[in-house]
Design a protein around this ligand. Structure first.
Ligand code: FES
Length: 179
């Protein structure tokens, strides 16, 4: 046996095990760094899919153009963001200017089973053609199977413009439940 050979004649295990140890420490550190980078990235990609519908205020017209006490249909284009989906569609709302100055805006969907309704100026009622529900100028049910009053949409007046946040509601329920 030579002088410079380790006792036992084999290759040194302490150096080998130290190298293995550092190899695993490096791998573990790389894993931690990788996960730290991956989580925010995956979160950014996936979170919009779980995000609730996002709606925006939409300008539906000049508030001066809405007569007091007489429902007025206002058509507009609205954009709804639902996760990654962005949908732009034409909608209508019914606006009723109140004698005291505010404006009440109704969803255009009948609360019974979701048909569109119209204002009948002769009858002074909102009438739904599908199953005969009717509502007064304040949206209260006056006839037919509708289980609740017309759904009121959030609205505000800014700079003489009427702004509305369009929403959809479940039909057929006694309570107003947003979709
Ligand atoms: S959907 Fe309007 S009365 Fe049925």
């Amino acid at each position: 046996m030579k002088d410079d050979e380790p006792p036992g004649g084999g290759f040194s295990t302490p150096v080998g095990s130290r190298r293995t140890f550092f190899h695993w420490v490096t791998l573990a550190a790389a894993g931690v760094v990788g996960l730290g980078l991956a989580f925010p990235l995956v979160g950014a990609l996936v979170s919009p899919a779980f995000r609730r519908r996002r709606r925006e205020w939409v300008d539906v017209g000049d508030v001066e153009g809405v007569p007091v006490g007489r429902p007025t249909q206002l058509d507009h284009i609205t954009t709804i963001r639902d996760g990654w989906m962005e949908t732009t569609s034409q909608k209508a709302v019914w606006a009723v200017k109140q004698p005291e100055g505010g404006v009440r805006v109704f969803s255009p969907i009948c609360t019974h089973l979701g048909c569109g309704y119209r204002w009948d100026d002769a009858d002074k009622k909102f009438l739904c053609p599908c199953h005969g529900s009717s509502f007064d100028v304040n949206g209260r049910v006056t006839g037919g199977p509708a289980p609740r009053p017309l759904d009121v949409l959030p609205s505000k007046v800014e700079g003489g413009r009427l702004l509305v946040m369009y929403k959809d509601f479940k039909s057929g329920l006694a309570e107003s439940v947003e979709l």
